[in-house]
Design a protein around this ligand. Structure first.
Ligand SMILES: *Cc1c(COP(=O)(O)O)cnc(C)c1O
Length: 831
């Protein structure tokens, strides 16, 4: 590549390199000392006596020494300079592993690798020892994780707030083709990155009686009798900025029994029993992450988790704020609270409670502060995913919070009625409490100053359908913030060879800090030597995935075949079923049409189904049945292989995304709010095969149209129109489309086993996500992919175009937009 760089750059680089190597040697020396010392302190043994896990823990503890000074300095700077702080509330943070990402952000990964080398230890093997922090289901939780990484990278004072689940998302095993769920006991060997802060514990109150009492001076005072008190103990995780000194905090709350609980003296048997019940209850609050993705689960424990984390979070923010000596009246100028989906929406009422009951502010002022502090991100247009709680459940559990929501709603509806006199339908549509339910999205909108969707098309659909009445009522608060992913984890970390190729090609590492500069690669998308290198790197990643599959699936896949990958939660709207039906169709062609020219393709699936989601689990069973049949049919001669990768999660994703030639993004148009997997694939050079849904629309725009992606299927408008008119008939489709009928019949004719429920779902339950309707277009799209893949030069060019234009999908860009347009915060330099 050196021929592509100017002479000046080379000279400068040489000088930099020399200087860097002196600094580098010093860094290595320091690291080595600390590493050996740390090992001796932690284990009291020689390095060569340690297990791999002990080595991992030693490396993590060494890294922490490079983090802690800056963590202290960051907190001190924020407090002294009274900088505005952002708190990102999310019931999920799908962090994955942290060692590699921390070393990259600290800028010491290479030095650590060489130090370990000197002891004949392999850094990459220590990475494998770290359990994934799987505190999330999928996209929503991973978004939160990318966001805190980007906030720290951009020196923004932004922190995360969530729950320290004792068990993360279940581990998925495939046994006889079926998903089996195993508890994810991720804390069993401890979590190296957390710091327990018992002195910062917070009381969270449930149950009891709340009412207003008239005082002698005529004022009203809140009385809250017999609450059950749960102690929230924070576990702080440092979030390291990229090559800056910023270290922010992810605060995870753990539920524990109240401080004075251990006093067992002088209790009756009945009192002892009550105490035991209390302990059992408290310990269950933060035990499990709910394994549901994109569906609303109305279970009471979920509401308890939501209030537990939100109350603890908001209380600790106010306490910290006051301790820094700031004026409560200026709260909204110094604090931004962001709520990721509706799970923390109760923050609106909790902040009001604190300001009114504890800080004794008047309602009007407290309301202004609350609305100016809080902003909300919506993640779905699907009505079944919108949270609403029965008043009969909500009120007894959170009596004071319910009173406050009731009062918020009373005042809100007064305004609504003034705006729309004699228009009770509007009042119903805008009411927070309606038909015996508390609507959390409505609370979040009324109690905040901003509502955003997560991709352009999603925000538009919110405005025209799901939240139309609110949009009409207050259009100014609606805005779009297209999602993003951290390119540090998903490109630099997951695909180091591609990182090196990009840097040497454009002759600068500036894109690490300014990912939009990836567009400099556009000058090389027709450069044959560059494309040849790109092709080699893709092959390397495919070999790595093939090795993973060999080890875990005991199966050979050919890295020279096309890797067509769909990894994400298993969900009807994501249409994994359409993908596998199409594989069944190709298999049918191979068996019945000798002239069929099948491009050798490896179809790779991965993803977890919610444990109670029958259709999703049947889809997994079908994928595995199809794999079993096709992979073992000599007639196929390896032209198709089907693989289901067990237990898909962040760390497996780091192996999978970079290995794809084709990225399957085939959700029913209008259903996928944004998607972020699509961005990870794109950034690693896969070609998108997708519908015009979520961020796919913007990916297509970014690559300049259909030449560098393959788009098919119904448009969102058409889908929404079918729903509105009820004119779609899957039965008619089945009867008139021979290709569809042939494939669907194979669900029950014994070719792969019996999948009656999937057949019924498609044919008799009217195929709610238009799989049959889109099937022909999907098959045509696959033919187009095969046609393009056979032209290696143009394929690699498309791959390069995708990488070159993926910069805007870095979460650094997303976070900049949130910071300037919603939070009004500026970077703070930590010196
Ligand atoms: C990115 C990511 C997702 C989200 O994928 P989508 O394709 O956007 O649904 C889910 N799970 C994991 C582990 C991820 O890394």
């Amino acid at each position: 590549m050196s021929g592509q760089k100017g002479v000046f750059f080379l000279a400068k680089e040489k000088k930099e390199k020399k200087q860097r190597s002196r600094e580098f040697e010093q860094l290595k020396e320091g690291l080595k000392l600390r590493f050996v010392n740390t090992a001796h302190i932690m284990w009291g043994r020689e390095l060569n006596e340690l297990t791999m896990n002990e080595i991992y823990q030693t490396v993590a503890a060494t890294a922490k020494q490079y983090i802690s000074d800056n963590w202290i300095k960051t907190n001190k700077t924020y407090a002294e300079r009274q900088e505005k702080q952002i708190y990102y509330f999310s019931i999920e943070f799908l962090m994955g592993r942290l060692l590699k990402s921390n070393l990259i952000n600290l800028g010491i990964e290479e030095a650590v690798r060489e130090v370990l080398d000197d002891f004949h230890l392999e850094l990459s093997r220590t990475y494998e020892e770290e359990p994934d922090a799987g505190l999330g289901n999928g996209g929503l939780g991973r978004l939160a994780a990318c966001f805190i990484d980007s906030m720290a990278a951009h020196r923004l004072p932004g922190h995360g707030c969530s729950i320290r689940y004792q068990y993360g998302l279940f581990e998925q095993k495939i046994i006889n083709g079926n998903q089996v769920e195993i508890p994810d006991n991720w804390l069993k060997d401890g979590f190296a990155w957390e710091y327990r802060k018992p002195d910062k514990a917070i009381d969270v109150k449930f149950n009891g009686n709340a009412y207003m009492k008239k005082m002698d001076d005529g004022s009203l005072k809140l009385v809250y009798e017999n609450p059950m008190i749960v102690m929230a103990v924070p576990y702080d995780v440092p979030i390291v900025g990229y090559h800056n000194n910023t270290v922010n905090t992810l605060r995870l709350w753990n539920a524990e029994v109240n401080r004075d609980f251990s006093d067992y003296g002088m209790l009756t048997q009945e009192q002892m029993r009550q105490k035991q019940d209390y302990r059992t209850f408290v310990e269950s609050i933060t035990r499990y992450l709910y394994p549901d993705d994109s569906t609303y689960d109305g279970r009471r424990m979920r509401l308890i988790q939501e209030y537990f984390m939100t109350s603890a979070g908001v209380q600790s923010i106010v306490r910290h704020y006051k301790k820094s000596g700031m004026d409560i009246h200026a709260f909204a100028q110094k604090v931004a609270i962001h709520i990721n989906d509706t799970h923390p929406a109760v923050a609106v009422a909790e902040l009001m409670r604190i300001l009114v009951d504890e800080e004794n502010l008047g309602w009007e002022e407290a309301w202004n502060i609350t609305r100016n502090t809080i902003a909300y991100t919506n993640h779905t247009i699907m009505p079944e995913a919108l949270e609403k709680w029965p008043v009969d459940m909500f009120r007894p559990l959170l009596p004071r919070i319910y009173m406050i929501i009731d009062e918020i709603n009373r005042r809100h509806l007064e305004e609504v009625r003034a705006r729309y006199p004699h228009h009770e339908e509007k009042v119903h549509a805008l009411s927070i409490i309606q038909d015996g339910m508390v609507h959390m999205a409505r609370l979040a909108i009324v109690g905040g100053h901003s509502v955003n969707g997560v991709a352009a098309i999603h925000t538009e659909i919110l405005k025209t359908t799901t939240l139309h009445d609110f949009y009409e009522y207050n259009p100014k608060m609606f805005n779009n913030k297209t999602n993003g992913i951290t390119h540090r984890r998903w490109l630099m970390g997951a695909n180091p060879e591609l990182d090196v190729l990009i840097t040497s090609t454009i002759g600068s590492r500036r894109w690490h800090r300014h990912p939009e500069q990836l567009d400099l690669l556009n000058d090389y998308v027709e450069d044959k030597p560059f494309l040849a290198e790109l092709g080699k790197i893709k092959h390397l990643r495919k070999e790595a995935l093939a090795a993973y599959i060999r080890e875990h699936n005991h199966m050979e896949v050919d890295p020279d075949s096309l890797f067509d990958i769909q990894v994400k939660r298993i969900h009807s709207y994501k249409r994994q079923l359409m993908n596998v039906l199409h594989i069944m169709y190709q298999y049918h062609r191979i068996r019945t049409d000798r002239s069929f020219d099948m491009l050798p393709t490896t179809y790779i699936f991965g993803g977890k189904a919610a444990p109670g989601y029958y259709i999703a689990k049947e889809t997994i069973r079908l994928i595995n049945a199809v794999a079993d049949r096709i992979n073992n049919d000599p007639l196929v001669k390896g032209r198709i292989k089907v693989v289901f990768i067990e237990n898909f999660g962040v760390s497996i994703g780091e192996i999978v995304y970079p290995a794809a030639d084709v990225s399957e993004q085939i959700s029913t148009a209008s259903k996928e709010a944004s998607g972020t997997g699509n961005m990870k694939f794109m950034m690693n050079g896969a070609i998108t095969l997708g519908t015009l849904d979520g961020a796919n629309v913007e990916i297509r725009d970014a690559v300049g149209g259909d030449e560098h992606c393959v788009i098919f299927g119904l448009k969102a408008e058409e889908v929404l129109n079918y729903y509105a008119t009820g004119t779609y008939s899957a039965w008619a489709e089945y009867n008139t489309n021979e290709r569809v009928r042939t494939v669907v019949n194979q669900l029950t004719d014994g070719t792969f086993g019996n999948f009656q429920s999937l057949f019924d779902y498609l044919v008799h339950a009217n195929d709610e996500f238009f799989i049959l309707k889109d099937f022909d277009a999907y098959a045509a799209a696959h033919e187009e992919i095969m046609r393009r893949y056979r032209d290696r030069y143009h394929w690699l060019k498309s791959s390069a175009v995708n990488i070159a234009n993926s910069g805007r999908f870095s979460s650094d860009r997303t976070i900049d937009e949130y910071a300037s347009e919603i939070w009004q915060v500026k970077p703070v330099v930590i010196s």
